[in-house]
Ligand binder design. Sequence first.
Ligand SMILES: CC(C)(COP(=O)(O)OP(=O)(O)OC[C@H]1O[C@@H](n2cnc3c(N)ncnc32)[C@H](O)[C@@H]1OP(=O)(O)O)[C@@H](O)C(=O)NCCC(=O)NCCS
Length: 387
Amino acid sequence: MAQQEYIRVPKGLKNVIVDQTRLSGVDPTGQHTIYRGYTIDDIGANASFYEAAHLFLYGHLPCEDELKEIKKKIDYERGNIPEKLFDALKLAPVTHPMYYGSYGVLLLGQYLAPEWDFSDETLYDHALKLIAKLPVIFAAGWHLAHTGTLIRPDPSLDHATDVLRMIIGRMPSKVEARAFESSLVLYMDHGFNASTFTVRVVASTLSDMYSAIAAGIGALKGPLHGGANEKAMVMLLEAKKQAEEKGVPLEEYIVDYIKAKLAKKEKIMGFGHRIYKLHDPRTDVAAKYIKQLKDGEWWLKVLKKAEEVMWQEKKLPANIDFYTAVLYYQLGIPIPMYTPIFAMGRIVGWVSHYIEQVKDNKIIRPTEEYVGPTGLKYKPMHERCKQ
Ligand SMILES: CC(C)(COP(=O)(O)OP(=O)(O)OC[C@H]1O[C@@H](n2cnc3c(N)ncnc32)[C@H](O)[C@@H]1OP(=O)(O)O)[C@@H](O)C(=O)NCCC(=O)NCCS
């Protein structure tokens, strides 16, 4: 039999192109994130959630009728959650809310799609159902666990306003709602990041969309991926507290704080990126909205100072999570909800990648290099466990 040829790739698949996508990526200069041909600066600053979701799913920005249609569908689906799902969330223990997303999505799949097929009708219908319903699962799970109350969706509001209202438990201002909406758009997609790749791996086995999304949520939860926005805010608040105790302004103290952490070989969450080595363009859009919110100018001074010292010490740029951490803090969002919000945006990318994968599928199944022992022989217990 002919010898199989193998290609060895770097650990972590660093710099390995595994497939093509028409959804998003970084342009050849490495400076711009591209959303289906548009720069993220453009879409993040100008597009509504509905417009950006339409762009990802259908490949173009919607015309008036298309916009009306996608808005109607998303708002309807957000308002129609199986009551049994809320009942199940009422029984859930108080844990990190990312768990509510993982099993909430699986339950939703059991209720809404017990059988799966790959027709366009099924794919796009359930893609929109997931985009609309995932935020409700997270917000409901969080409030039920922490206050015992259920804040229901209001389909008469637009998606971002309603989702933010469900999270913070009050009606946001227009400026707050737009800042939040833009952050969802900034999080929507980013090439073959770890959670998206996870979704594509599950899709490639021809499993259903709900199972793939639940797996993606699991991958996003980790602090090296989506969990970084929470860790970044915890760190900034710790620095703030220490600065107050020492009577030094945070925008000065952050320098010593970061240097001390680096000296202890600790990672600074919200810095570094697999793709962006000079600058993450998404931070510019987020900065625009941070400026408009509470203490915006001051927070930007702190962020810029942190970036300066990280560049000086490690040549690492801040990533989107460093900026959204502050933006969500300004909006009064509880820290454990930061990563779920990342998922509420990224769901659009995940379902779009699921569809792209299954429409031109090849199972994703790499090969390992086995480096363990060989030739061992089974021995009965009395022989293998002699004293
Ligand atoms: C995002 C991340 C996982 C990218 O990992 P990566 O592409 O494998 O980059 P590397 O880990 O090879 O980083 C290169 C060097 O910078 C260091 N480094 C990377 N991120 C760092 C950080 N946030 N703080 C301090 N040092 C960092 C690494 O330790 C490594 O140093 P070494 O060469 O001395 O070993 C990594 O930068 C990280 O853990 N960042 C913090 C978590 C985070 O913000 N994640 C959100 C990403 S959007």
